[in-house]
Design a protein around this ligand. Structure first.
Ligand SMILES: [Zn+2]
Length: 279
């Protein structure tokens, strides 16, 4: 997407239409992909299929180098598959598939010549904002409020290069709250955040993304952060990579999060001891 001057309007999260939860889904269908230049890992994905529905947060877990980021890049349209497709579906027929992708090197997603405030919504398109229930008259205040929630209220008129890595990541997570994209893809989105911010933003993002019916797919490594954020953890393994296990969180209760975390940790142990090695 070409950068353009941001629009002054506002997002009022509480007024957003929540009826569109679950209406969208995004699916990988028989994806084959790889990096032709790489001798050791030419085929990373072979016939990989997986479906992700709106209003749920999926966390992809698996060993380093297993192909999680490759899958995310294919879903983001950053890497063209050799075969198969990534298909967006909307039951209501209302939205086109637009994707917000936060790469592992999150700095790539910043617009260095725009202020922190402008970086929250650096796009030109206001019709999508209106359709998403944002009030354009108070959009600036909404952006400031979101930046404040993410600890950036005092630096909103500065430029991204002056921020720490953690602050830059928080800025991009703030963007994901305002984003009108139906699909949000994030590769290790909390890597530069301290433990307190991880916990604070997890709750915030979970509430906002789910409330707005987004399809959210996220690569993560820590069982704790996955348990707090995810509805479902998708374990990937093997070479070429496949979906080994999918485990779900039961509810919003603290006990559920605790059980979910224990289950994720158990699964990681099983992978570590080869019980799921399908290579
Ligand atoms: Zn939809």
């Amino acid at each position: 997407m070409k950068p353009s001057p941001s629009q002054e309007g506002t997002v009022n999260i509480s007024k957003l239409d929540r009826s569109n939860s679950l209406c969208c889904s995004y699916a990988a269908r028989r994806i084959c992909a790889g990096y032709p230049g790489r001798r050791d890992a030419q085929i990373v994905l072979e016939n990989l299929s997986a479906e992700f529905v709106g209003g749920k947060i999926y966390v992809l877990m698996g060993r380093n180098g297993c192909g999680k980021s490759t899958l995310l890049k294919v879903l983001a349209g950053e890497l063209h598959p050799n075969a198969g497709s990534a298909d967006f579906e909307c039951e209501s027929g209302r939205h086109s598939c637009s994707i917000e992708y936060l790469p592992q090197d999150y700095r790539q997603a910043l617009f260095p010549w725009k202020t922190v405030l402008e970086n929250v919504y650096p796009w030109d398109n206001t019709s999508d904002l209106v359709e998403d229930g944002f009030d354009l008259n108070s959009f600036k205040e909404t952006k400031i409020k979101i930046l404040s929630d993410f600890g950036l209220g005092a630096v909103c008129n500065g430029f991204p290069y002056k921020l720490s890595g953690g602050q830059q990541q928080l800025l991009l997570l703030a963007r994901s709250v305002v984003s009108t994209a139906r699909v949000i893809l994030l590769d290790e989105p909390f890597s530069a955040l301290d433990i307190i911010w991880r916990s604070l933003v997890s709750e915030h993002l979970r509430r906002d993304w789910r409330g707005r019916g987004k399809v959210v797919i996220c690569v993560m490594h820590e069982p704790e952060e996955a348990a707090v954020l995810a509805d479902e953890v998708v374990f990937l393994s093997g070479s070429p990579m496949s979906v080994a296990e999918r485990i779900h969180r039961e509810s919003e209760s603290k006990a559920s999060v605790k059980d979910f975390r224990a289950e994720i940790e158990k699964m990681i142990q099983e992978f570590a001891h080869g019980e799921h090695n399908d290579a």
